[in-house]
Design a protein around this ligand. Sequence first.
Ligand code: FDA
Length: 305
Amino acid sequence: MEQLMRNFFLFLSKNKTLTKLAKKYGLRFGAARFVAGVDIDHAARKIKEINEDGFVVTVDHLGEFVDNEKEAIESADECVHAIEIIAEKGLNSELSLKMTSMGLDISRELVMTNLRKILDAGQKHNVIVTIDMEDYERCETTLEIFKELRNEYDNVGTVLQAYLYRTEEDIQELDDYNPYLRLVKGAYKESPEVAFPEKKDVDENYKKLIEMNLLNGNYTAIATHDDAIIDYTKQLEKEHNIPRDQFEFQMLFGIRIELQSKLLKEGYKMRVYVPYGNDWYGYNMRRLAERPANVMFVLKGILKK
Ligand code: FDA
């Protein structure tokens, strides 16, 4: 049943009509459970509170699968604006983005121009920019672009997904780039030809990748809400004397807040991924797919409106 629900929400996450409707009607339908606000000013207030509690942040202007140039340029400009607000308000925040919102599906030239514009602003204001990893179809191009940009910028990072068979090789290949990598389990619906279908295999691979990347000496963001993976990382830290400034934990805004606070109290660097904007639909559907029980929060959100 849970698997059926998961597939259903992942199917919904790619529905373009519902995405457009959700954008039109703004932050309704319980979206606020996982989203910090409609614009960067709302998000900045939230980030300030989160910073004051001792957490660091990465902020994400929601948006994906953009299919026209004007919208892609607007999304890039919004990212530059967000970086300027981070600097102006002295927030402790990085920026995360999705390349399909920057025009990845339109042209390579467009996405590169947009990314360089954002990375230039990040470099000017000392803000790290991480490129989220989307579906498998776009993984190879995402990594090619990341490598090209990594040769030009020291403030760019990216994400690797533990459910993909290829990731182990990617970690080794990226070692030459001294990368800032965020490791996640993976949130899209992928075929068993490219991704481990069983959760237990994803979890095992995730542990292996964390160990590889840490022992390669690269900065590692362990982005998970899974106690077992977090405990495994702590065990690696002890066994291999990994310095605490070589890794951090990351979790999504609104998810497992007590665990976030616990890790902070234990002295770990804890980063919260804070999304904002109107284009919340795909993001929220993936959160429901991860935990169908979240439907109750969303339903409560609808009833409150
Ligand atoms: P898992 O799904 O096994 O969950 C472990 C436990 O965490 C659950 O038992 C539950 O208690 C809790 N939990 C997990 N999800 C929850 C939810 N939605 N609501 C409430 N509780 C929940 N993916 C991707 O493909 N590309 C990307 O670029 C990113 N980026 C990214 C950044 C950051 C900072 C995070 C934390 C995650 C991502 N992800 C992602 C999403 C990631 O791939 C994955 O889908 C989610 O993190 C859920 O997986 P967990 O590792 O938490 O484990």
